[in-house]
Write a protein that binds this ligand. Structure first.
Ligand SMILES: Cc1ncc(COP(=O)(O)O)c(C/N=C2\CONC2=O)c1O
Length: 400
């Protein structure tokens, strides 16, 4: 191994959401909220960023840009950014897109907020499948647009579309936009080409535009293949594809994502309304990620696959009544613990207070997540083991 994923890195005094933002984000509380644990005693398995150092190749590119010593107003003028990214999508997803369609945003969430405003009229509705990353709901709420949800089917922890329900919801003429997660957070599904085709046919035959949020698409298990929704519908301009190396290379704080908008009308609104300057260090980092990140990603995927295998065995050995399948994508474990805590409403608070573990409870994923916890496994194995030990000790104590 060329890279050290077992290293414990001190994130204190870095203004990290992960270490300092959990009271506000998870508990909607102020910074004086008290727990029986000191902040640095928690095992943090909640927000989706990683405890791993960003690849040295990316850090080197940022340093090179720093050496230029002037950081004035910046936009992407150099075609090398597009070339680096499209070479990556060609190599990893066998998919390409036009340079003219590539926009950027200081994050995918800000893009969702803007796109809902640009696409939906006030009396229209946004469709999502559930459970869902909560910011998909926020994107509708903050634009005062009604949210419509379609629960994924869950058969013994295996998730799939309820296509009949999806068809029924999409056929509502007021549903004009679907925010779609591909691969899916929090269930970890990698949608098959067949599922994507049926999903897209339902949306497009009902005049529903799709934002395909593909931020997790590089973080798939070895052996899996990501299919961009737009690859299934190469002639459609009804798909906005959101991708970013921020999840892949632990760069979320650099606030830059790729938004591919093939629809001329929507892109023109975006270009007129979106503040399109970029951070020069972010451009350097993202370009380096796509040019030089391949080897690190390969080792990261191996380490994550081992963390998932470790977690699966741990749960089988210590919590045999928990429901868990190794997800096809993401570094997030979605675990059914109903058998141990059938009635606990606020799982995040329960584990924070009783086990000193910060995690996200199923109730944080809009709907269809009761009894589940989501664990971030993108951490050194020693940290993972401690978190799992604390969780299992607490849950086993409930059974006594
Ligand atoms: C599906 C999905 N889209 C967008 C984002 C955020 O994109 P950004 O605005 O950073 O470019 C996340 C991050 N997911 C997180 C972050 O913390 N917990 C999660 O589940 C995500 O899971």
């Amino acid at each position: 191994m060329k890279y050290n994923f077992g290293e414990i890195i001190d994130r204190k005094h870095t203004n990290a959401m992960n270490t300092d933002g959990f009271r506000e984000y998870i508990f909607k509380a102020t910074s004086d909220m008290k727990f029986p644990y000191e902040d640095d005693e928690f095992i943090r398995m909640w927000v989706a960023d990683m405890e791993f150092a960003t690849p040295p190749e990316i850090i080197e590119a940022i340093k090179d840009r720093l050496d230029k010593r002037i950081f004035g107003y910046t936009k992407i003028f150099d075609p090398e950014y597009y070339t680096s990214f499209v070479n990556w999508t060609k190599k990893y997803y066998d998919w390409t897109f036009s340079k003219e369609h590539l926009m950027t945003s200081p994050g995918i969430i800000p893009a969702l907020y803007e796109l809902v405003e640009y696409i939906c009229k006030p009396d229209e509705k946004v469709l999502i499948v559930t459970p869902s990353y909560a910011y998909f709901k926020h994107a509708a709420d903050y634009n005062n647009v009604e949210l419509v949800t379609s629960d994924l089917l869950n058969v013994d922890g295996k998730y799939s579309f309820d296509f009949d329900d999806l068809e029924a919801k999409a056929s509502d003429e007021k549903v004009t936009l679907c925010i779609f997660c591909n691969p899916h957070n929090p269930t970890g599904r990698v949608w098959t080409p067949e599922e994507l085709k049926r999903f897209g046919d339902i949306c497009f035959s009902n005049n529903v535009i799709v934002i395909s949020d593909e931020i997790h698409c590089d973080l798939i298990r070895n052996g899996m293949v990501h299919t961009p929704l737009a690859k299934i519908f190469p002639d459609s301009d009804q798909i906005i594809t959101c991708m970013a190396p921020s999840k892949t290379f632990n760069l979320a704080g650099l606030m830059m994502s790729n938004i591919i908008i093939p629809n001329d009308e929507i892109r023109e609104i975006w270009q007129a309304r979106h503040y399109s300057f970029e951070n020069p260090l972010s451009i350097a980092a993202l370009q380096a990620a796509y040019q030089h990140g391949g080897e690190w990603l390969m080792e990261l995927k191996n380490y994550l696959d081992d963390n998932f295998a470790f977690t699966k065995k741990f749960l089988e050995d210590h919590l045999p009544e928990a429901g868990f399948h190794i997800p096809e994508a993401t570094y997030l474990a979605w675990v059914n613990i109903k058998a141990y805590l059938p009635n606990e409403e606020n799982l995040s608070l329960f584990f924070a207070n009783q086990a000193g573990v910060l995690l996200e409870g199923g109730n944080m994923f809009v709907a269809n997540g009761d009894g589940y916890i989501r664990l971030n496994l993108a951490c050194p194995r020693s940290m993972l083991n401690e978190g799992l030990e604390r969780i299992s000790n607490l849950l086993l104590a409930q059974k006594k």
